[in-house]
Design a protein around this ligand. Sequence first.
Ligand code: SF4
Length: 375
Amino acid sequence: MKEKMHLDYNYCAMLKNATCYNMGDDAKACDLSIHSIPKEYQSLDFRQNLASEWISENCKKCIDLENNNQKSQRYYLNSRFENELEDYIYFDIRFSSVCNLVCVGCSEQYSSSWAKLKGLSVRKKQNKDQAIENIVSEVKKTDKNILLYFAGGEPFLIKEHFHLIAKVREVLSNDQILKLQFLTNLTRLNDEVLDLAKSYEIILGISIDSWGEANQYLRYPCNNDEIINNIVNLHTLGIRRLYFQPTVSLLNIFHLREFLNLSKIIRDRLKEKVMYYPHLLVDPVELSIFNTPKNLRAFILEEITHLKNAFKNISEFKYFYDLLISIEANLAVNSSALELPEILKYIERKDEERNLKYEISLPELKKIIDKVYNE
Ligand code: SF4
C-alpha cells in the first residue's frame, strides 16, 4: 500500500506529516491551513490519528483538481513523503504577502506590491510570533528530521522566516537534519540567504513564467540578467537542488518556447541542467487555458503540438511534456468558456494598472488574438 500512497484518495501527507501556516483564509495553499482547521485538529499528534475520510470531506482544493484529472498539492506531497521525506516533519510557511513584484496573474491578496499599486492597505498578517512558537514547540516534540518550506509573497523578503529558522535551529538535536526549501522569484538575494546557503541543504524552486521580454512582462518588474546572476551565485555557494516552477496560463502558452533559451543559458553557465516542474493556473479564471473560447483553443492545441515536439527529447522538460499532454486531453473535453472580449478586458485592465502593453511584450499571443478576431 505504501508505494501507492500518493495515489490513495484518502491519504494526505499534509494532514498526517505536515502543517501549513498560510497568510489567512483567502490566501492559502491548502485547505488544511492552520487558520482554517478547528483548534483541536491543529497539533500533528492529533491529526496523525484522524480518520482518512476527513480528507475527502474537507480538502476541496485538492479533490477538485484531482476530479479534473490534474495533480494536486496532496499528490505531490504524498509522493515526496514516499520517496524522500519518510523521516521528516514538514512545515509549509507563508507568513506574509511582502513581495517586490506585481506579476500579471497575482493580486493584492498575495503581493504587497500589488496592494500598494492599487492604493490598498497591505493585508493583515497572521500572528507570526504565535506561529513561530507553535512550530518550535512541534519541533521540540519530535525526533524526526525537519523540512521548512517557505513561499510568499517573496519568501526571501520576509524577515520572520529567518527568525524562525534560527529558533528551530536552537532546539534541534545533533541527530536531526534541517532542510530548507524556498519558492522564490529570485530577483533579490540578501545576506541572510547567502549565509544559509553556506550552512544548510537548500532546495530552491524558482518561479519563472517564460524568458526574455515575455518573462519581464509577466513577472514585472523582474530583470532576467539579475535572476541568472543570482542562480549562478547560489550555485557557486553549493546549492545544487534547483528547479524552475512555471505557471502555465493563456498569457504564456504561446511563449513557452522561450524556455529553450533559458535552458541553454543555464547549461552554459552551470554546466548542468535544471528541471522544470510546471503547474496550471486556475485563478484568475480569465487567464486559465480551460476558460478560453473554442476558436482560441484550436490555436492552443496547435501550439501544444509544436511544444511537444520541441520538448520531447530534452530531459529537463519531462514534466512539461507530461503537462502538455494533460492540457491537450482536458481541453478537448472541458466545455467551460469565457468570451474573448471578457478575457481581453481583464488583460487590458492589468496592463493599465502596471502601465505595460501585452501587445508589445507577448507578440505571439497578440498574433493569435488577431487571427481569432479576423476569422
Ligand atoms: S512573485 Fe509571487 S507573490 Fe510576488 S507578485 Fe509574483 S506571484 Fe505574486
